[in-house]
Design a protein around this ligand. Sequence first.
Ligand code: G4P
Length: 523
Amino acid sequence: MASVSDRRTFAIISHPDAGKTTLTEKLLLFGGAIHLAGEVKARGQARRARSDWMKIEQQRGISVTSSVMTFEREGITFNLLDTPGHEDFSEDTYRTLTAVDSAVMVIDAAKGIEPQTRKLFEVCRLRNVPIITFVNKVDREGRPVFETLDEIADMLALDVVPMTWPVGMGGEFEGIYDLVANRLLLPEGGSREFQGKVVETTGLDDPKLDEILSAEGVAKLREDAELAMAGYEPFSVEAYQGGDLTPVYFGSALKEFGVDSLINAIAAFAPPPRTQPAEPEPVAPSRDEVTGFVFKVQANMDPNHRDRIAFMRLCSGVFKRGMKLTPTGHGKPIAIHSPILFFARERELADEAYPGDIIGIPNHGVLRVGDTLSERADVRFTGLPNFAPEILRRVALKDPTKTKQLRKALDDMAEEGVTQVFYPDIGSNWIIGVVGQLQLEVLLSRLEAEYKVAAGLEMAPFETARWISSEDPKDLQEFMGLNRGAMAKDRDGNPVFMAKSAWEVGYIADRYTKVKFAATRER
Ligand code: G4P
């Protein structure tokens, strides 16, 4: 199906400040999706200003909400999924990465691989998501190119292949040489803001280079390129798509330099929608039946409505508006009359969507993260885990008459994947679990703003939680009976063992070998 091979669904992973927002803007600009650079941020800020709890985002200068941007260029449809960049949101980010076929890793030329990049990279690795690297900010003083390349190779255990090479950096920056197409990209204009001129060459020996570049610049380029070609593997699409090799591009998102080489690389090499892990068998995009999974649920995108939007990645079939899809395992078929495609300029109503596309499905809380939707309800996508929370807190209600509202709020937020909630078998002190500290602040401010519930958080008597199961239900019952004080249920009623420390989990697990203790729960 032509529409499948023409799709590129990807995410940008980076450490905060490496230039993800700027690069996103420029990609959309090149894709013709927006006309004014700066719009992504401006729109983002305008949107944020509308909702109270999102003040946190502004204060911290991070993006909590993740969105989807679609643009087209030369017959290819790009779906760019924005991943929240802050380290506190690893779980949310992880889920977004389950919905992409490839990723672009943005690195600051002066800083190299930073902790957050590394963490996100590991998530990509887990799922074999292939990565194209963009070394950003070459218009500033950066580290030597070889140092950056070797760091990527060493820290991430990946083969690196430089596809382009900067001629100088910072004040000495003269342009970028495309080692594959043998072209020289030159900045143009008085302020040297934009990549204007492309000079075709016959290769690095071309005397044209001597005319255009400074003597030092061209000598260094030739020397570096020769060393690079001898020292690194040649590029192989198979090795890249298998997640073993990363092609590396250099540029400056701010100065719009090297961005089109990047976009061309995504079009040429990044995989189209891939076969997705599922039961009873993996689902290929060529399957006729429409199938997809929900990787994110977001409330209050429009403050005037209390509706939720479930973000579904389409995995197979051609989706048509009005189609009925059934969530596997629960619920009746849902007729999807107003699906949303997330275009950069505005949210638009979708009539048709193809594998790899993301559609937003408005609903009243029926759809949950991890849900499979399909026409015949005969598949279930696997591999969208819940993570064991690293921080547990007891929720203390300031006004005891608000118990019902609190329960609804906690359930809602658990359903969105913002926090997890645990209801202890004994006592009424509900416990919430998060992967990162910032989620606690989000929780409290949303409780107040959206549910009018004033609450505080107290230390919980537990530090971590594990989902428990056993082959023989009797073993589980026995364990639960003996450890009543540590038992709780998650939002879906699954039994959870609450532990005072990770050490205790190990100790207990050694003693009860018939019970399985899981740090993630697959839905
Ligand atoms: P992020 O989303 O990854 O957090 O990064 P963002 O794009 O917001 O960029 C972080 C800072 O780096 C911004 O500067 C941005 O202008 C700058 N930047 C991005 N790409 C380049 C580049 O190629 N070259 C140079 N020199 N700078 C770049 P800021 O001053 O923090 O924000 P702003 O006031 O410019 O928005």
